[in-house]
Ligand binder design. Structure first.
Ligand SMILES: Nc1ncnc2c1ncn2[C@@H]1O[C@H](COP(=O)(O)OP(=O)(O)OP(=O)(O)O)[C@@H](O)[C@H]1O
Ligand SMILES: [Mg+2]
Length: 340
């Protein structure tokens, strides 16, 4: 059977999804997650990288995934993503050299040190002008080499690599087909990534270096807790105003304010550029989106309808995967990778 596999190695957890596609549509063949060995993702020490490879190998075995050709997610914070407007209508070959030149303006690293990739988002016909919109993605070669090395140790071959938010957007935009403009947010452990999509096409991305870990630290400091206790309280009470006399909400407010203000800026930027357009819905994915009260807090702060993301919409899965229903938000990136 032909399957596609998505592997999302986060700083907190590793997510794996295998899908198949036939005349009956998409089906989940395997899915699972496991903790990321502490610090292994950022470490240059070979023992740490080996520990990560062992964890990945075990996850493949535990989930029963035998297909070893995978699409992986690259951390948004280390990859440069830009939507270039006003690109003259060019052929793919002309574009390849033109983009190299364009790239120099946006990439703070020598071009020899990055892999530059581009995708035409909308051609001149679709924009209705004589210009195209092109997505430029530049990933440092050292970053790619690190992933290739770790995955080689895990006996896995990378067939595709893309950023987390691009993968999550692919998984989630299809779940709200009637919404014209949507913001997809991935609330992870160390970062919060966001994208605004218009008619399913990417218009804007941003990565913020705050997420679930910053919230846990704020709880630990504000309530004078040990880290493990802070994590437990965070997960139990979340950011619901009426819990613990609002103490967790108060302690985490500075972090939430940072996240919300970046979202507000992104929306303002988008709406300034596309006059008359409005972000209608916000889809919240990632582990931190599951925090009790998170969806309500963000909806209120932005005054926009928000939903917990569910990438399983339109994908069949057997009863053995029932436990995944509640975990959809966490698997958004891995599902999007497998949907490539
Ligand atoms: N049920 C839950 N309720 C609240 N928070 C949760 C829950 N499950 C996970 N989290 C939080 O979500 C974060 C992990 O989410 P996720 O697995 O999406 O991160 P990651 O992809 O590993 O991180 P990153 O993308 O930032 O590298 C942790 O900070 C954790 O505390
Ligand atoms: Mg993540």
């Amino acid at each position: 059977m032909n399957t596609t596999v998505g592997l999302d190695i986060g700083s907190h957890s590793i997510k794996l999804v295998e899908l198949s596609k036939d005349k009956n549509g998409l089906t989940v063949r395997a899915a699972g997650s496991c903790p990321t060995p502490p610090k292994s993702l950022t470490s240059a020490i070979s023992a740490d990288q080996e520990a990560l490879a062992i964890a990945i190998k075990k996850l493949f075995a535990d989930c029963g995934v035998t297909n070893r050709e995978v699409a992986i997610a690259l951390p948004e914070s280390q990859v440069i993503t830009r939507v270039l407007e006003d690109v003259p209508q060019l052929s793919a070959r002309e574009l390849t050299s033109a983009i190299q030149w364009e790239a120099e303006q946006y990439i703070p690293l020598p071009l020899a040190q990055v892999n530059v990739d581009f995708t035409i988002l909308r051609d001149a016909k679709q924009t209705g002008t004589n210009k195209m919109e092109v997505l430029l993605v530049a990933a440092p070669k050292v970053l790619i080499e690190k992933y290739v090395h770790i995955l080689e140790l895990a006996d896995v071959t990378i067939v595709e690599a893309e950023t987390e938010i691009i993968a999550a957007s692919r998984a989630l935009v299809r779940t709200v087909p009637t919404v014209k403009t949507v913001m997809v947010v991935s609330l992870g452990a160390q970062t919060t990534d966001l994208a605004i999509l218009h008619g399913g096409v990417l218009a804007f991305t941003r990565s913020i270096s705050a997420g679930g870990e910053a919230l846990s630290r704020a709880v630990a400091q504000g309530l004078d807790f040990e880290p493990a206790q802070a994590e437990e309280f965070k997960r139990t009470y979340g950011v619901e105003q009426d819990k613990l006399e609002g103490k967790i909400v108060a302690a985490t407010k500075p972090v939430m304010d940072t996240i919300v203000s970046e979202m507000t800026r992104a929306i303002a930027f988008y709406q300034e550029k596309y006059k008359g357009e409005r972000v209608e819905t916000v889809l919240l994915s990632g582990g931190t989106a599951r925090l009790p009260g998170m969806v309500v807090l963000i909806a209120k702060a932005l005054e926009i309808e928000a939903q917990l993301a569910n990438p399983w919409v339109g994908i069949q899965k057997g009863s053995q995967f029932a436990a995944l229903d509640a975990e959809g938000a966490v698997f958004s990136v891995a599902v999007g990778l497998a949907l490539r």
